[in-house]
Design a protein around this ligand. Structure first.
Ligand code: AMP
Ligand code: ZN
Length: 487
């Protein structure tokens, strides 16, 4: 197995990756709060961990990848409301209908962007019993207290022996100063204490029995409970977006230590944000693009549609820990690069071989692995892939040579990195056929217009609906009918 280095947010250093059990990796990634559609920023984070998962598998690890669904207990930033209950009221649906609706959307989007499913996808509502048990242990260990049916984690007490701030590098005094006194916080001994269990107000629909009150668990708790249950009290990798470092991940460490007396995670990994107009994409501010707006080409910010693979390629061109700004120009540039890469794969199939190689494939292959082993450096990997692109084109033009054996190695390595590790899909095949597709759809539009003229609305609707089933959306306007490929 290759020598992989990972940047550990806990130690703020790149470290040699040593799994707890040789050959096996336990990885936990915080999943979405399913109260609205995922935006492209969320997709970036999940795609970064998908690439990490894919590379770990590629270099031979057996990985247990756990990613949760937050379907209860996530309060708004000012702690005043529960995100899912609020949305349920707004949409006049049951909270579990909200959960179902947006979990389905989340899965659909991630599949569209070719993300592999995790091995276990546990939900907070499915682990209420375990969460109650964990709270009881923390109370028994003297690090949580009960007030008016709610249970709070005693941060100051914990901080006497441990370091609350070990991950976020925040000084506890700063945390106190920066925490405003808000509704419902008056029960707390100290403002930085956080809820493990909240007594439900009468209007709160998601509620469960507990020894303390009819209520619901705090958001931070579920990840501690579910990661411990499926990966053990100490496991290898825990990931999430940068914005989860504090308070969410800091609280996870505190809860786990308070409950199990062990450091829960060996390598903390944090991905950086996708920005739009230089500002973080976010659900709450509305500064975001939805994934379907990109591949359907319906966003006002974009001049055209971009396929999920082009968008994925665009994201892989940045390191997971760097900020990345989405723009029309950047996507157009990525599309050019992506098409060139895919063109080269086609050239590769018909390349002539020679008795000697002037392109050193072994060195090149090592460079690719070195890049990925250096904290999953996909931009450097992609630079090496383009080095191969340049050489393949030179071989095609008879300015370089390659042996049959080297060509085979080049082809399998290149494909493994493009398809298996980066998770790209060759959509060029369909663009090669785009003339045929255009012709066929135009013909169907013409038949539909004739049907309409003959008042045969059953036929015209059937054509529209059948095309939609196949992923082609017709749009009627005064100028005529146009179409977009949505799948
Ligand atoms: P949430 O559903 O809000 O908890 O977010 C799900 C995941 O997406 C978390 O890991 C967040 O850190 C991550 N995330 C949220 N906004 C962005 C963004 N603009 N860019 C990248 N990741 C993000
Ligand atoms: Zn979490």
């Amino acid at each position: 197995m290759e020598a992989l280095k990972i940047y550990n947010s806990l130690t703020q250093k790149k470290e040699l990756f040593k799994p707890i059990t040789k050959g096996f990796v336990g990885m936990y990634v915080c999943g979405p709060t399913v109260y609205s559609n995922v935006h492209l920023g969320n997709v970036r984070t999940f795609m970064s961990f998908d690439m990490i998962y894919r590379y770990l598998l590629h270099i031979g690890y057996k990985v247990r990848y756990v990613r949760n669904i937050t379907d209860a207990g996530h309060l708004t930033d000012d702690n005043s409301e529960d995100k899912i209950s609020t949305k349920a009221r707004l949409e006049k649906l049951e909270p579990m209908e909200i959960v179902q609706k947006y979990t389905v959307d989340f899965h659909k989007v991630l599949e569209k962007y070719n993300n592999l499913p995790p091995n276990i996808e546990p939900t907070a509502t499915g682990h209420i019993v375990e969460q109650i048990e964990t709270i009881q242990k923390i109370i028994d260990n003297g690090l949580a207290y009960v007030v008016n049916g709610s249970v709070y984690f005693d941060v100051l007490k914990y901080n006497e022996k441990e370091n609350y701030g070990i991950l976020s590098k925040r000084i506890i005094e700063d945390a106190i100063e920066n925490t405003r006194t808000l509704d419902g916080q008056s029960d707390k001994k100290n403002p930085q204490d956080f809820a493990l269990w909240k007594k439900a107000e009468p209007e709160h629909i998601q509620r469960w029995n507990s020894p303390w009150s009819v209520g619901f668990p705090g958001w931070h708790l579920e990840c501690t409970v579910m990661s411990t249950k499926y990966l053990g009290e100490n496991f290898d990798i825990h990931g999430g977006g940068m914005d989860l470092k504090f308070p969410h991940h800091e609280c996870e460490i505190a809860q786990a230590k308070a409950c199990n007396h062990t450091n829960p995670v060996n390598y903390w990994m944090h991905t950086n944000m996708l920005t739009l107009n230089g500002k973080k994409m976010s659900k709450s501010t509305g500064n975001n693009i939805l994934p379907n707006e990109i591949y359907e080409g319906t966003s006002k910010l974009l001049s055209k549609a971009f396929s999920p693979s082009v968008t994925r390629f665009f994201m892989m061109q940045a390191h997971y820990s760097s900020m990345l700004d989405l723009s029309n120009e950047a996507l157009l540039a990525s599309e050019k690069g992506f098409n060139r890469l895919m063109d080269t794969l086609n050239i590769l199939e018909n390349l002539e071989t020679s008795k000697t190689s002037s392109f050193n494939v072994h060195n090149w292959k090592q460079n690719c692995y070195d890049a990925m082993n250096d904290d999953f450096n996909t931009p450097i990997l992609i630079a090496h892939l383009f080095d191969a692109v340049k050489n393949i084109n030179l071989i095609k033009d008879k300015k370089e040579t390659i042996t049959k054996q080297d060509l085979e190695l080049l082809s399998t390595t290149l494909k493994a990195f493009i398809y298996d590790v980066l998770g790209l899909e060759n959509t060029m095949a369909s663009s090669d056929n785009s003339d045929v597709l255009n012709g066929v759809v135009e013909m169907l539009i013409k038949i539909r217009n004739e049907a309409k003229a003959n008042k045969d609305y059953a036929l015209s609707d059937e054509i529209r609906d059948k095309l939609k089933e196949k992923g082609i959306q017709l749009k009627d306007s005064r100028e005529g009918t146009t179409f977009t490929v949505i799948n």
